[in-house]
Design a binder for this molecule. Structure first.
Ligand SMILES: Nc1ncnc2c1ncn2[C@@H]1O[C@H](COP(=O)(O)OP(=O)(O)OP(=O)(O)O)[C@@H](O)[C@H]1O
Ligand SMILES: [Mg+2]
Length: 479
């Protein structure tokens, strides 16, 4: 039966561990999913933004081309015969046309490359005018009539978090600069390449902020859930632990009761068998004592030793029998304080002999409690005797009574001595039958007292400190 107990405990805990495991893993999975999802959402948003911006850029570049051709190329050729941007008047005119065309639109810069060599003929950024070989492969593709665009981006969540480098995202669109025919729209004659740069930093920052918000919010929600879950799990652990403790306590009690019952039977039969011969020995010794008084007065003390020792044995046997055959309590309303005073009166010679001062602190407002007077008297007697034995060099025995709990439904008797006290290990043993550290003890005193208090549905507890003393508390209920 005992071998199954730990197994049963493990079995009951296993489902709970699984729940715990699944809950935490579930939370982790949801968090990872949210982060991956936020990455997908923001990536999709980036893609949509890019597609729109690319379309917009293409339209814009074509618009710029058309306006430049109509408002600059045609009039200039008519007026000067050729286009020469080195001529500052021509350059200024082109600049005005470009700026008017792009005014109010989301354009960072406009650059026009020459078609004959990779050189910048015009740019809204003055420093770039005349710079060579900056076109790259997009320039080459545009010369072959293919539009292209690419993104230059320095944007990540880290930029947002640290705030170190500002987010910078630019979309560069290259389209061929064709000769426009005012009547039939466009020709295949490529005069150069137009590059339009759009600044998408604000849009990109908005998308990154959205991504960051999703991540932060989901971490916060998951964190809160995690905390709540941890609390629930801790609470459940505590409840489990408390239940396990309660079960252990009940099992111990049951074991003790089983042990006591079998022990009791054995003790009762042995004690019964000893009691009769003991009585005969004792009465024989008394007869012997009388005879020795007349015939050999010097040896009288030998008979007296037999008498005292048989009396002691008789007491022990009676104690055994009391313990082994617990009586059915007869409850009568009893003034606890009176019972204590009666016991103190009985013990007075012992107290005086051992230099023990008794201090009483008895509550005057105690209502009578339903107890078996004889049994409770015996329980208290055992505690008093123990206290006296714990103070071989004298000390103080403090007895208090008081009502406990708000409705004064409980009465507590407190027996405190200033004796030798007990270690923790000893404390754990003292209610076990036959546990004693005294030469002439039987170790039944506290076991009997506890049995009696249990019969009254009360509690007995003890606190003790080595070399300082012990305090026994008996709690009884009004029934
Ligand atoms: N007030 C106390 N101070 C210190 N130790 C105590 C006190 N009361 C009990 N003990 C310890 O608990 C043990 C068990 O006590 P218990 O009354 O059951 O048996 P006992 O006093 O040894 O023998 P007996 O059966 O004669 O009472 C004692 O041997 C003693 O070590
Ligand atoms: Mg004792």
């Amino acid at each position: 039966m005992t071998a199954n107990k730990p197994q049963a405990k493990i079995d009951s805990l296993r489902p709970f561990r699984l729940v715990k495991y699944f809950s935490f893993t579930g939370l982790g999975l949801v968090l990872i999913t949210t982060i991956v999802l936020s990455w997908f959402i923001s990536n999709h948003a980036k893609k949509v933004m890019l597609e729109r911006s690319e379309k917009y850029s293409l339209l814009l570049a074509e618009h710029v081309n058309r306006q430049v051709f109509l408002q600059f190329v045609l009039p200039t050729v008519l007026r000067y015969g050729e286009i020469a941007l080195r001529n500052s008047a021509q350059f200024k005119r082109l600049d005005t046309v470009v700026r008017n065309t792009t005014e109010g639109l989301n354009v960072d810069s406009v650059t026009i490359y020459d078609s004959e060599e990779n050189i910048i003929s015009y740019s809204t950024i003055p420093e770039e005018v005349g710079v060579r070989d900056k076109g790259g492969k997009e320039y080459e593709s545009a010369l072959n009539g293919v539009n292209s665009s690419h993104l230059i981006s320095k944007a990540s969540l880290l930029n947002l978090l640290t705030g170190s480098d500002p987010i910078s995202t630019k979309l560069l669109t290259y389209i061929p600069f064709r000769r426009e025919n005012p009547l039939s729209e466009r020709t295949d004659d490529i005069m150069g390449v137009t590059k339009v740069v759009q600044d998408l930093s604000d849009d990109m920052e908005a998308i990154l902020r959205l991504q960051l918000t999703i991540i932060v919010v989901s971490i916060l929600i998951m964190g809160t859930l995690f905390l709540i879950l941890t609390q629930i799990v801790t609470k459940a652990d505590q409840i489990n632990e408390a239940r396990a403790q309660e079960r252990r306590r009940l099992e111990d009690k049951l074991n003790q009761a089983e042990r006591l019952a079998s022990l009791g039977e054995m003790v009762a039969s042995v004690s019964h068998e000893i009691k009769n011969p003991l009585g005969i020995v004792r009465s024989t010794a008394e007869i012997l004592n009388k005879r020795l008084q007349d015939q050999a007065p010097g040896s009288k003390h030998l008979a007296e030793i037999i008498i005292t020792e048989t009396s002691r044995l008789d007491d022990i046997v009676r104690e055994f029998l009391d313990f082994a055959r617990p009586q059915v309590p007869q409850f009568t309303p009893t003034a606890i304080n009176d019972l204590i005073m009666k016991l103190e009166g009985f013990m007075q010679p012992e107290f005086s002999k051992n230099n023990i001062t008794v201090e009483n602190n008895l509550a005057t407002d105690l209502k009578p409690v339903n107890v078996d007077q004889n049994l409770l008297y015996r329980a208290l007697l055992n505690l008093f005797i123990n206290a006296v034995q714990a103070m071989p060099d004298g000390g103080i025995l403090s007895i208090s009574t008081f009502s406990a709990s708000q409705e004064k439904k409980k009465v507590v008797i407190r027996i405190e001595d200033t004796g030798i006290g007990m270690s923790k290990e000893k404390l754990a043993m003292i209610f076990t039958p036959f546990y004693t550290d005294k030469n002439r003890g039987t170790g039944l005193g506290l076991a009997i007292a506890k049995n009696i208090i249990d019969q009254h549905e009360g509690f007995i507890t003890v606190e003790s400190q080595e070399a300082k003393g012990s305090t026994f508390l008996i709690t009884l209920k009004h029934q």
